[in-house]
Every structure is written in C-alpha cells, then in structure tokens.
Design a protein around this ligand. Structure first.
Ligand SMILES: Nc1ncnc2c1ncn2[C@@H]1O[C@H](COP(=O)(O)OP(=O)(O)OP(=O)(O)O)[C@@H](O)[C@H]1O
Length: 317
C-alpha cells in the first residue's frame, strides 16, 4: 500500500528551489529519505504534514490531499522534528501527556499511552525528571515518544540520529525498526548517513537539489556484485612472503582477473562457478589459510557515484 505519493511536487523559495518536480511513491514499511544538507528533506516533510504549501504539483499522505486535508493528515501522522524543540522545565511525562491531549486523547487514555510509549522508548525510569536534565539521546527519545503517542499510522522522523554517538545511534535505529515491526506503524526517516539507512530501511529514496535521484528497495541497492572477495593468511613461519601478490599471480596464470582492494582483500571477477575451485586450489598450493571467500555486495553509497558531489557531501557529513 502506498502511504505517500507526490506528483511534480515543487517548492520555490525566493532564492532557491527546494523541491523540483519531485514525483515519488512511498510504500508502507520503513523508508529512508536520504540527501545532503539542503537537498529538500525537511521541506518535503513540512509539505506532507500540510504545514507548508507547495508552489506547484500535488502530494497525498495516506490517500489524503496535503493541500486541503492537512488536519486529517496530522491526526493520522506522527512527526519528530529535526531540531531541539523541547521545554526544559517539564518532565517527559508532562510533555508527552500534553502532546497526547493536543492530539485529542482523553486525560486517562493520554496518561496510559504516555506511560506505555515512554516504556517503549526506554525512558520509563526517568519519566519524572525535567527534560532539561536529559542527555541528547534521551531528548531524541522524548521527541520520538511524542510522535507515537496518538498511535499514528505513519511517522515522519527528521534526522532522528542527529547528535548521537554510535551506540546512541544504533539504539535509536533499533527503536525505529521496532516502531514498524511491533506497532505496524509505517516510517519515513530522513538521514544524510547512508550506512544507517542500509541497515534500517526496506526502501530508500534519494534526493538531491530537490530532484529524485533514485527510489528503490534496499535489497536492490545492495545486490550481489559479480566479484568474489578473498582474504588469506600469511604463510606459516614466513611473514615476509607476500601471500596476496602470490595469489594474484596464481589467479592470473589461471586466466582470472583479480586485484587487491585497499587493505588485504583480493577481488576476483566471478565469471563462473569454476572460479571457486581455482581459488581453493591456489590457496592450497600456496600453503596459506583462507580467512574469507564471499560474493561481494554493492554498497549503498555506490548509488551516489552517479553524482560524485552528492556522494562526497552525504558520505562525509
Ligand atoms: N523557509 C525557507 N525560506 C527560504 N529558503 C528555505 C526555507 N526552508 C528551506 N529553505 C531552503 O531550501 C533548501 C532545502 O532545505 P531543507 O531544509 O528542506 O533541506 P534538508 O534536506 O532538510 O537539509 P537539512 O538536513 O540541512 O535540514 C535549502 O537550500 C534551504 O536553505
């Protein structure tokens, strides 16, 4: 089922076109929206919520028109904004109950849902502490909790891992997966970090300069390549023996094309099943150990190779 569709969606500010005839369809599941800073991700989210009008084109969220049905969309959709927007002097419980009441939940239901959702995001123990005393990771969890408290069908998460260290990031990504797997809520999550989308999302939409660069399943983006990655040990008692070079020479003799990739991995073109046998025999003849022999996958960042400027900015921010 498609949860978001846009058709020629365009947003022009006086000095910049933030979205440029964007036509894309997002299915239910966990979908990543990736692009460098300024690519148009936040602008798209604000239009989808009915908070900002498009200059041109149309968009529908859960079948509802963003131009005319913003209120109905916001009832059914949760939103986690990118920037810090939390009141420091109230507790997480007070804040999330307040947001639940704003969404129309009666007082008792709002309190029950708040307790449930704060437990789910791992803030139950600290729920009566003022938000101002929280770490960045805890604040991000409060923002996620308020986006989920009214039990939406879809949540839009704008850079939820911003400012988190690697462990905090992994925890947040795990939570996001569980939002879908345990509650059945669809997720659109923005990021400029490719690695996290690869692990978290079923589908990835890539935009650059407000234009669609690519929309495809994560599995397609990380499909197997026609390359085998081979890693071998050094020869016992002969640390000066260059096992990689020797293996390359053997494979070349057998008519195979191989290179050494950066560190210590020999990449062999997989032209047929017999390549596995050639490698096994070469390794045995050389008297080295086989550490790894596997078919290589594409890396999601290779998608960006079509536009090196984007690759640079997205990969290194
Ligand atoms: N209210 C506004 N007025 C003028 N220009 C704007 C406004 N909001 C966004 N822009 C511009 O539109 C472009 C897209 O911005 P947007 O915030 O959507 O990008 P983004 O992909 O979310 O990037 P970031 O991760 O940095 O927020 C940028 O060039 C930005 O400067």
């Amino acid at each position: 089922m498609s949860v978001i569709t846009t058709d020629n969606l365009t947003k022009r500010f006086p000095r910049v076109t933030a979205l440029d005839h964007l036509t894309v369809e997002v299915q239910s599941g966990v979908v990543g929206l990736v692009g460098a800073n300024g690519a148009g991700k936040s602008t798209l989210i604000k239009i989808l919520l009915g908070l900002s009008p498009a200059t041109e084109g149309t968009a529908r969220v859960l079948g509802l028109d963003v131009a005319t049905e913003g209120g109905a969309i916001r009832e059914r959709v949760g939103y986690m904004p990118e920037h810090d927007c939390l009141p420091p002097d109230v507790t997480a419980t007070e804040f999330v109950v307040h947001m639940a009441r704003m969404s129309g939940l009666p007082a008792t239901a709002a309190r029950e849902r708040t307790a449930d959702i704060l437990r789910h995001v791992g803030l139950y123990e600290e729920r009566y502490r003022p938000i101002g005393t929280y770490s960045t990771g805890m604040k991000q969890r409060v923002k996620l909790a308020q986006a989920l408290v009214h039990d939406p069908q879809l949540v839009l998460l704008d850079e939820p891992t911003n400012g988190l260290d690697p462990v905090g990031r992994d925890d947040m990504l795990g939570l996001i997966r569980r939002v879908h797997s345990e509650f059945g809520i669809s997720v659109l999550v923005t990021s400029h970090l490719l690695g996290e989308l690869e692990r978290t999302c079923d589908h990835v939409v890539v935009i650059d300069g407000g234009k669609l660069l690519r929309s495809s399943s994560t599995a397609d983006m990380t499909a197997y390549t026609a390359m085998l990655a081979v890693e071998v040990t050094e020869r016992q008692g002969e640390p000066e023996f260059d096992a990689d070079a020797a293996l390359l020479a053997r494979l070349a003799e057998a008519g195979l094309t191989a290179t050494v990739d950066g560190g210590h991995v020999v990449l062999v073109e997989l032209t047929g099943d017999e390549v596995y046998d050639v490698i096994r025999d070469a390794v045995a003849d050389l008297g080295v150990g086989l550490v790894r022999l596997e078919q290589r996958r594409h890396h999601i960042s290779e998608v960006f190779a079509v536009n090196p400027a984007v690759e640079e900015e997205v990969a290194h921010v």
